[in-house]
Design a protein around this ligand. Structure first.
Ligand code: ADP
Ligand code: ZN
Ligand code: ZN
Length: 734
């Protein structure tokens, strides 16, 4: 019997696969690609994934270790997922073992055996006279319990994870259970068979002709790759197009993957999927625990889930019969992972659709310049929805010139007046300020000493409620000093304004109104976001203060006034993407507000109201703005007309990263240009000094080859051992 060797991806930051031997007793049944095996690595034992089951042995045989064991469970990866993950590693030049590591649920990266309890779902009990009475009472006395009952009743079994994600609580569920209106049962796992009774016809809408054309364009070629960009303002009917395009796919017993930026902010979208299709839906997002995550993974793989809805990493779920991918809000920057494996969920989704020969649909009211350019150049099918479906009316944006105004607590006189009027009409107001905390700095009013984080050279943010100074860049904290450490004065005061301060100022200005703040600090606790959003919908609060978080997905029908307190930062940023992001933010904010009978208004405060970017956006709209900006990018040879990678380097000493990067630029790379090295926008962060080098090329292929050459240089670089470096392909923040 010849010896058998395999190649294994191991969770270590090295760019190679490792060869192991399979000892005779472990070689039956034969090892397959995608299998998880336990292997010795250094002094540890780790889980590796078999990438090649019949590898040649290119090393001295006596040096090759044997695998320690096979997991023998049902949790192996399919050949197709293995190839996809290899493609991802290749595209991002990222260590392959780390890609596999990040794509796998945590429990599958551990050696211990896993026991999972059977999946349970909630079901409505058959109606009785008693239950009819009880329901009638609930409908008037406990609206939330009633709504929960309705959703359980409309589905043939729904999991606690789904209900929780929709914003319901255990208490509400228990209340219905104790009234014997619902019961918990073991889910009957069907595999890839959900074509019967898939659709709840009740709330299906008749498509407009614009919508119908898109649905048929998608459905016409379900067994080949195509990429569709649906470009339509909020409320133009994109979600309805997704839903109807999915029907045919599900009817063919194929699965659908839906990727959204943040599920907690879009429970309304989620509940539309839940209500339309009576099929098992699995969710994948940061609110799940490890077991729940694995359960989603398994239900996708084994085919009990027909639809997987999740955030960016859902792209790695092992859907066996995937037939369609949908990316909602494709412009959203949260689709890109911003550390270690810096992949873009949208771009990897396109890669996967191409690999599987299936269609993919991107939707947005403010398409990313990348997608827009691909649509305009004919690479994607471009579909515009020109009219708002339903009856709502588009919000109007107006500018407030801060130079002409008396300003108090960051609020102009005009804005204060408008807030008053809106509140008097019984409507709600939403105020955006993209700075959490109380104040972005504190200083001494006598000697102007500024409290700064030593590790970042940036001012500490004051968090009044916690009585702490927190660095928003490295997270370090310290107490507020009672007096100035420099001159001893006790006149230490906050400088500038954050959401926490705005909230407390508004309490003074509008004592009659209830104010709610929604930002990362106020929603840290699990379930808190859903709770606050519900309180807003129930009109418990009249004034909402929030950060960028509030620009996503969530719709507030009774908000009729939205104000953006400060856009100026984005107008003068050195990052060429800042204006694109600012435009997207303003248009997204505008889309959050109003309804047919009460259209929304958006007021934007600026010291530079004549700035051409603002003027263009306000008067001509996103598309005009985007076309203009695209032609500027073309002239300046910037993405999406060129392709970039960013090499980041940091070290404890200021000169090392620069020297490391500069040494690399001494070897010209064919068909690529270097920009830099330059200090990062935040040159010092968490005690490290940081430098950037941009590599740019006219084609993706040239960039890819250039990076390979660059990576080959690194081992020869004398500074290599003294710094840390990482590579970011298609960076979105510089
Ligand atoms: P988007 O996803 O673009 O924000 P939606 O699909 O959510 O848009 O549609 C916005 C509103 O219009 C929803 O209330 C939806 O029910 C309604 N709507 C969508 N399509 C139609 C249609 N063809 N006929 C009537 N109402 C529609
Ligand atoms: Zn001082
Ligand atoms: Zn810091």
């Amino acid at each position: 019997m010849p010896e058998q060797y395999i190649q294994v991806a191991i969770p270590v930051p090295m760019r190679q696969l490792f060869t192991y031997q399979v000892p005779e007793p472990l070689s039956h049944p034969s090892i397959k690609v995608g299998e998880r095996v336990a292997v010795p690595f250094g002094s540890r034992k780790v889980i590796g994934i078999v990438i090649d089951a019949q590898a040649p042995c290119n090393f001295e045989r006596s040096k090759i270790k044997s695998i320690a064991g096979r997991l023998n469970d049902n949790f192996n990866l399919s050949q197709s997922l293995v190839s996809f993950l290899q493609l991802c590693a290749h595209y991002y030049h990222h260590p392959v073992g780390d890609v596999f590591q990040q794509a796998l649920p945590i429990l599958l990266r551990k050696i211990e055996n896993i026991t999972l309890s059977p999946p349970m779902v909630w079901q409505a009990q058959s109606p009785t006279e008693d239950s009819a009475d009880m329901l009638a009472k609930l409908a008037t006395k406990a609206a939330k319990q009633y709504a929960l009952y309705q959703i359980i009743n409309s589905r043939n079994g729904i999991s606690w994870v789904e209900l929780r994600t929709l914003g319901y609580s255990k208490a509400q569920l228990n209340a219905l259970h104790s009234k014997a209106l619902i019961s918990e049962e073991e889910q009957i796992v069907s595999q890839f068979t959900w074509q019967e009774h898939t659709l709840n016809e009740a709330d299906k809408l008749v498509l407009s002709s614009e919508q119908a054309i898109i649905v048929s364009a998608i459905n016409n070629a379900l067994s080949s790759f195509s990429c569709h960009l649906i470009d339509g303002v909020t409320g133009s009917g994109k979600t309805e197009v997704y839903l109807q395009a999915m029907e045919e796919v599900l009817a063919n017993n194929k699965q659908v993957l839906v990727i959204v930026p943040e599920i907690g902010l879009t429970p309304q979208t989620l509940s539309r999927f839940e209500q339309r299709f009576n099929v098992p839906i699995a969710l994948h997002h940061s609110g799940l625990n490890d077991k729940e995550r694995l359960a989603t993974w398994l239900s996708a793989q084994q085919g009990s889930a027909a639809i997987v809805i999740g955030t960016r990493s859902a792209i790695f779920t092992p859907l066996h019969h995937l037939g369609l991918i949908i990316i909602d809000e494709e412009h959203d920057s949260s689709l890109k992972q911003q550390d270690s494996f810096r992949y873009h969920g949208r771009d990897m989704a396109i890669l996967r659709a191409r690999q599987l020969n299936i269609p993919i649909v991107l939707g947005s009211a403010t398409p990313s310049f990348e997608s827009l350019q691909n649509a305009l150049s004919g690479k994607y099918s471009y579909h515009q929805l020109h009219n708002r479906a339903g009856k709502s009316i588009k919000a109007k944006i107006a500018l407030i010139d801060m130079n002409q105004q008396q300003v108090e607590f960051g609020l102009s006189g005009t804005l204060k007046h408008e807030i008053k009027q809106t509140l008097a009409r019984g409507e709600q107001v939403l105020l955006f300020l993209n700075r959490r905390g109380y104040a972005p700095a504190i200083n001494c009013q006598e000697c102007h000493w500024l409290a700064q984080c030593q590790r970042c050279d940036k001012s500490y943010t004051l968090h009044q409620k916690q009585q702490l100074l927190i660095c928003h860049h490295c997270g370090s904290q310290r107490r507020i000093p009672p007096q100035c450490p420099h001159c001893g004065s006790v006149r230490i005061a906050p400088l500038g304004q954050g959401t926490e301060q705005l909230e407390s100022r508004l309490e003074d200005l509008f004592p009659e109104s209830s104010i709610v703040r929604i930002d990362r600090d106020s929603t840290r606790k699990k379930g808190e976001l859903a709770k606050l959003l519900q309180e807003v919908t129930d009109k418990k609060h009249q004034l909402l203060v929030g950060t960028q978080m509030l620009a996503k997905g969530h719709h507030f029908p009774d908000v009729t006034l939205v104000a953006v307190l400060d856009v100026d930062g984005a107008l003068f940023s050195f990052d060429f993407r800042a204006s694109e992001q600012m435009a997207q933010l303003l248009i997204q904010v505008a889309g959050r507000a109003g309804r047919a009978s009460k259209p929304g208004r958006v007021l934007v405060q600026s010291n530079y109201v004549d700035h051409p970017l603002l003027q263009d956006l306000v008067h001509n709209g996103y598309h005009h703005f985007a076309h203009q900006a695209l032609s500027e990018r073309k002239q300046a040879r910037l993405p999406p007309f060129t392709f970039q990678a960013l090499l980041r380097a940091d070290a404890n000493y200021p000169s090392y990263p620069e020297k490391f990067l500069r040494a690399l630029t001494q070897h010209p790379i064919e068909n690529c240009e270097f920009a830099g090295p330059v200090p990062a926008a935040m040159e010092k962060k968490a005690g490290k000094f940081r430098y950037h080098l941009i590599i740019q090329a006219k084609s993706r292929k040239a960039l890819h080859h250039g990076i390979l050459q660059l990576l080959a240089q690194i081992p020869n670089n004398e500074w290599q051992g003294k710094i840390r470096w990482s590579l970011d392909i298609d960076p979105i923040d510089l």
